[in-house]
Design a protein around this ligand. Structure first.
Ligand SMILES: *Cc1c(COP(=O)(O)O)cnc(C)c1O
Length: 277
């Protein structure tokens, strides 16, 4: 168990009015930033979606973000998913949302057509012994960076008779601390992963370079976009859905949207600084 989980009850469901207001303001600010960056880039409104990165946040905080307009969430650690999923699914069901891969019990008299799906992604590294823990909850695993991991996820997906969305994570910055495959191998790997049964290759993911030089950060994002375009153009089996570009976080979301991001993953700008890493 990670140490910070001893200091905070992630299953907590009630937050005070001041905290709720902070999160509401954060969501509105980020949605404005995303809308403006999308318009500045001459792109269709809504073509860059907001994913709230919810690591270290509890159920009450995450529901406040959903109440304020967040329609996609991402967790980093299987242990956090286990701690929060039951509470999140129950609150979402009460509000007419289906969260992730879970199917909520329908309330009597409610119209299934009127329900909104909130995608639930895993955005952190996944050890193979935790795959079965997350499959009941997440729609998409964003952090697949090797054929080996993809095959392990696929075997369990097939055993559960489900299809799991995956994004191929690419280490565009080349920083050693970062996960992700070598950009040189991304196209070949995407073709191999797309061909595996039980998986649906939905796109590519990267973490922006940890530097001040905006030009360098943008180059990484632009390279990921070109890689995605080449994969789509290849016409290889299983690559036709490889459209998403998950790139951009609190400090570089506008740059990522300018370079074609379809999913920005934002934590700090919504919830404030993390007290635990
Ligand atoms: C934490 C995290 C984010 C969000 O980072 P912020 O800087 O807080 O916006 C995005 N992606 C991944 C993979 C993360 O771990």
């Amino acid at each position: 168990m990670t140490a910070y989980m001893d200091h905070k009850n992630l299953a907590n469901e009630t937050i005070d009015a001041k905290r709720r207001q902070e999160i509401t303001d954060g969501v509105h600010r980020v949605l404005d930033t995303v809308a403006k960056a999308t318009a500045d880039a001459g792109r269709e409104p809504g073509s860059a979606k907001l994913l709230a990165a919810t690591k270290t946040r509890d159920v009450g905080e995450i529901m406040a973000a959903i109440d304020a307009g967040v329609r996609m969430i991402g967790e980093n650690r299987p242990q956090e998913i286990s701690a929060k999923a039951e509470g999140l699914i129950r609150h979402c069901a009460d509000e007419g949302f289906d969260l992730g891969a879970s199917v909520s019990p329908l309330k009597e008299g409610s119209n299934p057509e009127a329900r909104t799906h909130i995608p639930f992604h895993l955005i952190g590294q996944l050890q193979s012994n935790k795959i079965n823990k997350v499959l009941p909850y997440v729609d998409t695993i964003e952090s697949v960076d090797s054929l080996e991991t993809a095959e392990k996820i696929a075997r369990r997906a097939v055993a559960h008779d489900i299809t799991v969305g995956v994004l191929l994570e690419v280490n565009e910055s080349g920083e050693e601390s970062k996960s992700g495959c070598d950009p040189k191998h991304a196209i070949e790997l995407a073709g191999q992963i797309g061909a595996i049964g039980g998986l649906r290759l939905e796109g590519l993911m990267t973490i922006g370079a940890h530097v001040d030089d905006e030009k360098r950060i943008r180059e990484g994002f632009a390279h990921l976009r070109r890689t995605r375009d080449q994969i789509l153009a290849s016409g290889d089996a299983g690559t036709a859905d490889c459209r998403e570009l998950s790139m951009g976080m609190t400090h570089d979301m506008a740059l990522a949207i300018a370079e074609g991001s379809t999913i920005v993953r934002v934590g700090t700008a919504i919830f404030g600084e993390r007290a635990f890493i």
